[in-house]
Design a protein around this ligand. Structure first.
Ligand code: SF4
Ligand code: ZN
Length: 720
């Protein structure tokens, strides 16, 4: 046996032994679980087909691991006989590492403060959309750290600039990469694309059992379908492992396990290079000792496609900086917010009124002002050969993202409620107000060249000007709202499809109508229409409605045909307005779930940010696990928040009057629109009849509340 083979063989065995011994310390009926997941021990669930909930059930994991370790196929056929059996032994190791961490939780040991540990399902769901729309290009699982902290900052900045999320695991000689970043003043956190998982190498398993949930959530893969689950990760999860500064037997053996998911390993340590194997796209193991080249090597090896925006500004730029906060201690100057007036406004004007690229600052720049809180007005004037007023709100909505993506600029809100902060570092690096214009001009051209030919930006920093110019903007905001709210499904010829999520959920297709936005909440009918103009062969296609088949359900022949084709022949009928009969499928990134509550003859709604209990006895996470993967689930529907107040909301079942419960937060968020709808249905007090968690978290409490409130659903025809 070669030295390496012996090392992997022995290490794998000792980890299996360790898990077994650790398990014996628990009583057989003791619970073993991770919090906030519907997938139990996800790796065992996905690949072994086992729902492990107790210590005695967990013995199955040990037995399976031993078999794999010996190179025997499991009952469900699981067997990955590549690289001299290393992959099987690596996988056996992963199963036991997952079990060990779960046992640690059962014993009350957590990852420690500042570390995330097990990653909940909701984070994966919220990342899904960012992965499909390209805001996240890849995931780097980084074990250990480079030699010095300036290299650490460079590597992480390199990933941030390429929209790659860094997941940090373990230490070298007691120091972690997170420590190094802190020293360099780099802010850590999911918003900054830097996620600290845990201080020991064992925590890398949390990255693995995070990745393995993607096929379950998005891919429609089932528990135990080990091959499909692994292939999904190999093909669709753009992750890789970077091992820095330390390479011990546990890391090597775990690494063999990770190769099963197709994630290559890049390291700065002395290690044998391994060319492509069956599970990887290119090389399996790559050695790169030059820190300056390491980011590029990672990207090449995993074949990650990068979109970089090169802008002529003195700070870094990219989606990784979008969520970055500028805190008080670090604040140089702020605009708008509570203390001053601020607005942004984009409009189409005539071609000859725009000088492309012109940025005018009317008022003082930030190097001459004395105050820390100032008014600000941003007017973006765009022109196109055929101006498209309809697209103004879509373009204007991007300003938020464009400005936020600059390092050191924080932008919150839109229209006349903007709040903008600039950090001290950004100021020191030379960032000035005119750069706002540089950013907006460049980004609009990059992303919307199909509907915009010229862009110029005017920035106002005097109170008097801002007060004056805000008036015109406000008139326009109102006009736009009226125009949009008048749009109905009946009034248009075409609906639009969205296939963006197919890179994750290959059978899922959204149909977007003026009165029903995409279930992720990010794309309205107008957005889809604009996107189609921008890229005619892209993810959004018009579908001419054609002949109506059923106006109660909202079914059209052409829509059905289109969905059948685009869902790989898995869905032959789809109702735009029904929850029960052929409802739309879900990919997994829905903002809310609508679920039938038969006992109350109505539906409840729960959104992603609500972690508590619902009257159905299930949390969002549990409910969500049965609504996804591109399949139709009668009685359940993934929807965007705004669809809840649409006149077409589950019309076939009687519409909004069916809503019996939703979390308080969501109710407050939708309050004004819900009240408007309540008036329209002739029940002005309706909103107060909807229960929330303060009035009911069980079915009994719910029914009591509804009876007292005389909720209309109780009088409606039976739902089923
Ligand atoms: Fe995905 Fe549908 Fe949103 Fe498109 S509209 S991004 S397919 S959820
Ligand atoms: Zn989606």
């Amino acid at each position: 046996m070669s030295e390496l083979a012996k090392l992997i063989n022995d290490t794998s065995k000792s980890i299996i032994d360790m898990a077994e011994a650790s398990l014996k310390e628990l009583s057989p009926d003791q619970n073993i679980e991770f919090k906030d997941t519907a997938y139990h021990l996800p790796l065992a669930y996905a690949l072994l087909g086992k729902e492990i909930k107790t210590a005695s059930q967990a013995k199955d994991i040990i037995a399976s691991a031993r078999k794999l370790w010996q190179g025997q196929a499991l009952d469900n056929g699981l067997n990955v006989p590549y690289l001299n059996g290393f992959l099987n032994q690596g996988l056996a190791t992963l199963f036991c590492e997952e079990l060990l961490t779960a046992i640690n939780y059962a014993k009350g040991k957590t990852a420690g403060s500042g570390w995330i540990g097990f990653i909940p399902d909701t984070i994966l769901r919220s990342l899904g959309l960012q992965l499909v729309d390209g805001r996240i290009a890849g995931i780097a699982v980084i074990l250990g750290r480079p030699k010095d902290s300036s290299a650490a900052a460079d590597i992480i900045r390199g990933f941030q600039e390429k929209n790659i999320v860094s997941i940090l695991v373990g230490d070298v000689d007691g120091m972690t990469l997170a420590d190094q970043l802190k020293k360099e003043g780099v802010e850590v956190g999911l918003d900054n694309y830097i996620v600290p998982l845990g201080p020991d190498a064992l925590s890398s398993i949390f990255a693995v059992n995070f990745a393995i949930r993607a096929p379950l959530i998005y891919g429609g893969c089932k528990s135990g379908e080990w091959k499909k689950n692994l292939e999904y990760c190999q093909e669709r999860v753009p992750a890789f492992v970077l091992v820095l500064g330390k390479l011990d037997e546990v890391i090597v053996t775990t690494g063999m396990g990770v190769l099963n998911l197709g994630f290559p390993i890049i390291t700065d340590m002395d290690a044998p290079s391994v060319p492509k194997i069956e599970t990887t796209k290119f090389e399996a193991i790559v050695v790169e000792k030059d820190y300056k080249k390491i980011v590029a090597r990672c990207v090449e090896t995993r074949d990650i496609k990068i979109k970089v925006h090169k802008l002529d500004i003195p700070v870094l730029y990219g989606p990784a900086f979008e969520g970055e906060r500028v805190r008080k201690e670090n604040l140089y100057v702020e605009f708008g917010g509570k203390k001053a007036m601020g607005f942004e406004f984009l409009k189409y004007v005539d071609m000859d009124k725009v000088e492309d690229g012109k940025v005018e600052l009317i008022g003082p720049d930030i190097d001459v002002i004395k105050e820390q809180s100032l008014p600000l007005g941003i007017i973006v004037e765009v022109a196109a050969r055929s101006a498209k007023e309809d697209f103004e709100p879509i373009l204007e909505r991007q300003l938020h993202r464009y400005l936020n993506e600059a390092q050191g600029i924080m932008h919150i809100g839109q229209r006349d409620i903007i709040w903008v902060r600039i950090s001290q570092e950004a100021f020191k690096k030379g960032l000035r107000l005119k750069h706002f214009g540089v950013i907006l001009h460049a980004m609009i051209h990059q992303e919307y060249s199909a509907i915009v030919d010229k862009v110029q930006v005017k920035i106002y920093s005097n109170k008097k000007d801002v007060e004056e110019k805000i008036k015109e903007a406000r008139l326009s905001y109102t006009k736009r709202d009226d125009r949009l709210s008048g749009m109905t499904d009946e009034a248009v010829e075409d609906f639009y499809s969205c296939a963006l999520c197919q890179s994750f959920a290959p059978n899922h297709i959204c149909v977007i109508t003026p009165e029903r936005l995409g279930l992720c909440g990010a794309y309205s009918w107008l957005d889809a229409k604009a996107n189609f103009q921008i890229s005619p062969a892209g993810a959004n296609q018009p579908i001419q409605k054609g002949k109506i088949l059923d106006d109660r359900l909202g079914q059209w022949k052409n829509i059905n045909d289109f969905v059948y084709k685009k869902s790989n022949s898995t869905i032959d009928k789809v109702s735009m307005y029904s929850l029960i009969e052929s409802p739309q499928s879900s990919c997994g990134c829905f903002e809310c779930i609508v679920a039938m509550v038969p006992e109350a003859n109505g539906v409840m709604i729960v959104h992603r940010d609500y972690a508590g209990d619902t009257p159905l006895g299930m949390t969002f996470t549990t409910l969500a696990s049965s609504v996804g993967g591109g399949v139709q689930t009668p009685g359940f529907l993934g929807v965007g928040k705004l669809y809840l107040t649409s006149k077409k909301f589950i019309l076939a079942e009687g519409g909004i009057k069916r809503i019996v419960w939703m979390p308080k937060d969501l109710k407050e968020f939708l309050q004004a629109k819900l009240e408007e709808r309540a008036k329209e249905i002739g029940d002005p007090d309706f909103v107060s009849k909807i229960a929330d968690e303060t009035s009911a978290t069980t079915l009994e409490q719910l029914l009591e509340f509804l009876n007292k409130a005389k909720h209309p659903a109780l009088e409606m025809p039976s739902l089923i």
